[in-house]
Design a protein. Sequence first.
Length: 169
Amino acid sequence: QVISIDPTVGSAPTGGTVNFSFSASDFATTGGAFDLTWDTAVLTYNGDFAFDPGFPPIDPFFEVIDLQAPGLLSIGFGDFLGLTFGATPTTIGSLSFTMIGAPGDSSALNMVDSAVYAGFFDLNTGAPITMTYNDGLATNPVPVPAAVWLFGSGLLGLVGVARRGKQYA
């Protein structure tokens, strides 16, 4: 009973885009929803969550894409006839963020059962399912200064000169 974020770590420089998808595996449900949270000082949600075209058909009654507040998005799905996810992960959908944090900043992407729309329910018993959520992380890499690249290329040049000197000695 797992919902995962892929990739587990996404990276982009300031102003860049970080893309994530969600997948489900190992449960049968009538439906439910989860909340996704992130640090709004590091990421801006682009408002583009979309269910994957290959995702099983869902009842529009269950479809939830609700930006409840900055840094809080609810995503839900289901079908009265039920949805079954096997051991091979099934892609639910995807979304993107714009990195607004400074180099070195990061934001966890945390998932929990939805506080407003409820968690997931077992297809056969109707009981709540204890989900395992595999969270993600968005990072803004620290760029390597140009001086480091210049120093490295100069060092390689000196090594080359030293080798050439040994050949002729």
